[in-house]
Ligand binder design. Structure first.
Ligand code: GUN
Length: 292
């Protein structure tokens, strides 16, 4: 069993980006600039956005963090996005999800200019992704592809089972793994809360992407010997022994599953850091491939 070390691979992505940025600036290029919007005071979202801002600093990007109150009217948020759309200094815009219930996620995402949609959630980005056209890829699935590529995971002709059909992870992951590309060319089964015989389906998988948000869901009796297992879960579970009062747990019961795997991601230190690396790559691309 080998670990898919997201911390290590994300560091190599960031080092390479930092060198490119330095070169770009020396040649008179513009500093890449990510604008992040955080609405409300969701603790996990605050942590994720802080990590994204820190990662920008590490590679020499500029970042702007706009923190807005949770009772903010939707129209005000849309105006703030529009201001970033119009600002030529801003290359990428991300609005951290989830949003408060009174704000339409769809409206917010559709307001972001597709050229600055570094999260890849805009319907046009999603459509282009499904068609195999150039587009920003959603950061988590893109990060998983980068991780698979780094470890040269064989994907062609393999059966990939994706558990969870969220717009952020499961759905785009299933599309990307089915594309005629590397990593890709898988036969994909997309499972969700209504799937019958899920353990039997998982047992047939060469690759399992667990992205349902249920700690410890995937057990060893659901995993074929030699499978590649990618754990997207990052649920906070109460833990009195920790200073923060919680521990982060993945969707995979790592202890029992890991011995059966050829490769497996740890939590933390697997998919999480790769999501950030992918977001940085999208922002870099946006900055360096501007349409005039
Ligand atoms: N919430 C959970 N994952 C993500 C992500 O990749 N981007 C944004 N904007 N919000 C998220």
């Amino acid at each position: 069993m080998q670990l898919l070390d997201g911390k290590l691979v994300s560091k190599s992505v960031k080092d390479s980006l930092a060198a490119s940025v330095e070169n770009h600036l020396r040649g008179g290029g513009k500093t890449p600039h990510l604008a992040a919007i955080l609405v409300g005071d969701n603790g996990a979202s605050q942590t994720y956005v802080a990590s994204k801002v820190k990662a920008c600093e590490e590679v020499g990007f500029r970042s702007t963090l706009l923190q807005l109150p949770g009772d903010l009217p939707e129209a005000v948020l849309l105006h703030r996005i529009e201001a970033f759309n119009q600002d030529p200094e801003v290359d990428g815009i991300l609005v951290q999800l989830p949003l408060p219930a009174h704000i339409s996620e769809h409206k917010v995402i559709e307001t972001i200019r597709v050229e600055k949609d570094v999260d890849g959630f805009h319907p046009e980005s999603m459509g282009r992704m499904a068609l195999g056209l150039p587009s920003f890829l959603p950061a988590t699935p893109y990060g998983i592809l980068l991780l698979m590529e780094h470890y040269q995971i064989q994907t062609k002709g393999r059966h990939a089972v994706v558990i969870g059909r969220s717009h952020i992870v499961g759905r785009p992951m299933s599309i990307l793994l089915s594309r005629n590309d590397y990593p890709g060319n898988c036969s994909v089964t997309l499972c969700h809360s209504h799937t019958l015989h899920l353990p039997a389906i998982c047992l047939q998988a060469d690759i399992i992407i667990a992205a349902l948000g249920q700690p410890g869901f995937l057990r060893s009796d659901m995993v074929k010997e030699g499978a590649v297992v990618v754990d997207v879960g990052i649920t906070r579970v109460p833990d009195a022994n920790r200073k923060a009062g919680f521990a982060i747990r993945g969707d995979v019961d790592f202890e029992s599953v890991a011995p059966r795997c050829s490769y497996i991601t740890p939590v933390p230190g697997g998919v999480g850091p790769m999501t950030i690396a992918a977001l940085l790559k999208n922002t870099w691309y946006s900055c360096t491939h501007k349409k005039t």
